[in-house]
Ligand binder design. Structure first.
Ligand code: ATP
Ligand code: MG
Length: 393
């Protein structure tokens, strides 16, 4: 079947009142950006919904798949457009639609017909009855069920008529650009790409920071993080990725501080640097893939110590997730296969055999005093030598 239009439905939450217009505009912009490479689509908003007029030729499956990546869309309905609104023509086209769409006619249905133009000669309830009768007559295996129909057939008569009955689920969430911007600490693991995806789903624009430690970590480990940023950018939009050379800081911490505290202290410096870059990028929050108890650096006590260096809010969307739940999302967004590629992470290289699991903040701060001589300069150098990669798919 040829669908000349797609109807986009979005949730009502958070879009009441004066926010509605900006929400709808942001959603239209996102849809246009996603569909740009697939053809000349025209996106129009009208009366609480968004209408996409499709070009004469386009790849339907690819278009739907792409729209399912747009946050803010709750459902998509492919629409058949009927050019002439003469009632006999509408009836004939609707019967044709039903025939093509439902080869097996053993289903229950209800017709939901509306006329936008009150001058149209048939009133809405009459349109429902007439169409229902015509369908029953043409396809006697069908049955009407007013309350729980298997097929809800919607007809809208405007200057043209539109018919649709299928609802394809969208990604949900809010359109990118309707919340602020946040800095994602993106490593090559499973968790942080999922965390970025989840925050972006709430409408937050994402910038990212990755810490590497060449030559202890390889180019391929870095490429893996770039690949992950590209994968999530299919949902989150283009991502500016800041790549920070963390080697000298890590070595210095390694020389000066007790080894069981290494991870915590490193994490604290990562947060500090990420926050500086966040400020520069006009971000108003940090995002990590931490989850309580997953590893030593993610116990409540460790999180308390890491968090203490930040003045910005730190968002941890996975905080109460089990690993399997995170893996499920990672697979759903096509990040998993990339995340499990076995490249070294800068945290794992200098990791202690027995890292502290219950660090005390005052003890960590005391150890960090040993870094006083050079650390500010090293942080400054790391910030001045950031490599920026624009990641888009
Ligand atoms: P992930 O799967 O996201 O790598 P993880 O289970 O390996 O997480 P940790 O290594 O303790 O856990 O990291 C916790 C969080 O800290 C990560 O989710 C990420 O947000 C951040 N992080 C860790 N290492 C890096 C890094 N090298 N660069 C940027 N962020 C990092
Ligand atoms: Mg990691």
């Amino acid at each position: 079947m040829e669908y000349k239009a797609l109807l986009v439905k979005y949730g009502e939450i958070g879009i009441k009142g004066k926010n509605r217009g900006s929400f709808e505009r942001a959603l239209c912009t996102q849809i246009e950006m996603h569909l740009e490479r697939l053809g000349q689509f025209t996106v129009v908003r009208e009366q609480g919904r968004i209408f996409i007029a499709c070009p004469d030729e386009y790849d339907y499956d690819e278009t739907i798949e792409e729209l399912q990546k747009v946050f803010g869309i709750h459902a998509i309905s492919p629409v058949m457009v009927i050019e002439s609104i003469d009632w006999d023509n509408i009836t004939a086209e609707v019967l044709k639609y039903v025939d093509e769409k439902y080869p097996d006619k053993h289903f229950t249905f209800r017709v939901n017909a509306k006329r936008a133009d009150k001058h149209y000669p048939i009133e809405s309830p009459d349109m429902c009855c007439k169409l229902g009768e015509s369908i029953l007559h043409a396809y006697p295996e069908t049955k009407v069920d007013i309350h729980t129909p298997q097929v809800l057939l919607t007809l809208e008569v405007r200057n043209r008529a539109y018919i649709y009955s299928e609802t394809i689920p969208g990604a949900g969430g809010m359109p990118i650009g309707t919340a602020g911007k946040a800095m994602l600490l993106l490593s090559g693991g499973i968790d942080s790409p999922v965390a970025g995806y989840m925050i972006a789903k709430r409408g937050v624009e994402i910038e990212a920071t990755y810490f590497h430690a060449p030559p202890y970590t390889s180019e391929r480990a870095k490429q893996k993080v770039i690949d992950l940023a590209k994968i999530i950018s299919a949902y989150c939009g283009p991502i500016k990725l800041n790549i920070v050379n963390f080697t000298d800081i890590q070595l210095y911490i390694y020389e000066q501080c007790p080894h069981e505290q290494l991870t915590i202290i490193m994490r604290r410096y990562m947060m500090k640097i990420a926050e500086k870059l966040a400020d520069k990028g006009k971000c108003i929050g940090l995002v990590t893939g931490e989850s309580i108890g997953q590893v030593a650096s993610q116990t409540m006590q460790s999180l308390n110590c890491t968090n203490a260096v930040c003045s910005m809010p730190v968002y941890r969307p996975l905080i109460a997730f089990d690993k399997q739940d995170i893996v499920d999302i990672s697979q759903k967004i096509n990040a998993f296969e990339t995340s499990i590629q076995p490249f070294e992470d800068c945290c794992t290289i200098f990791v202690a055999k027995h890292p502290v699991t219950h660090p005390i903040l005052s003890g960590i701060e005391k150890s960090e005093l040993k870094l006083a001589e050079k650390i500010d300069e090293l942080v400054e150098t790391a910030l001045n030598t950031v490599e920026v990669v624009e990641c888009r798919r």
